[in-house]
Design a protein around this ligand. Structure first.
Ligand SMILES: [Zn+2]
Length: 177
């Protein structure tokens, strides 16, 4: 990726961060901020949009089962940093985070989903503070942060693993229809 588009990617991320803060302050409610945890510099394409839509469906279904109303939403699907949705929720952010960790840990594409819960006082609600383990690496069983910091794995292998999980899931979905 050249310098120009890297700058644009950073602008896009900055824009999202602003949007999150704006919604938290304006609505005085916690938000769910959902993106795809995509390794590498290419953050958006049709496959990513496809699994993003599945992840969103799962989040909405968990909220609906628990009778939680979505008070406000911001959605952007074509940004350089990939699709994002921000949902304002009038409910206990720790409880919401527990449900979101459950999706990340147990849904077939959960490992590829990045579902943050943020509120005004506490900022990002942490998995660890709620008694859950930190997120694991896609390749080995170590913590993801340790592997990404030390660049332990070849990017080609990480991408291959990422797309394998996507394709397996998409295939299964197509079998069902
Ligand atoms: Zn690893």
């Amino acid at each position: 990726m050249n310098g120009f588009s890297m700058a644009k990617l950073l602008d896009d991320k900055e824009e999202r961060y602003k949007k999150q803060t704006e919604m938290i302050v304006l609505n005085k409610l916690p938000v769910i901020s959902f993106t795809i945890n995509k390794p590498g510099t290419e953050k958006n394409n049709e496959i990513i949009k496809n699994i993003f839509a599945s992840g969103l469906k799962e989040i909405e279904s968990v909220l609906s089962v628990n009778n939680i109303e979505i008070m406000d939403r911001y959605c952007s699907s074509d940004g350089l940093s990939g699709p994002i949705i921000i949902l304002s929720i009038n409910f206990n952010p720790n409880k919401i985070k527990e449900w979101m960790v459950d999706i990340e840990n147990n849904h077939p594409i959960g490992r590829l989903l990045d579902i943050d819960v943020i509120d005004e006082q506490r900022g990002h609600i942490s998995r660890i503070n709620l008694g859950f383990e930190a997120r694991k690496c896609l390749i080995c069983n170590d913590y993801a942060k340790i592997c990404s910091r030390s660049q332990r794995h070849d990017m080609g292998d990480v991408l291959k693993k990422f797309y394998n999980i996507c394709f397996l899931y998409i295939e299964k979905q197509q079998e069902k229809t």
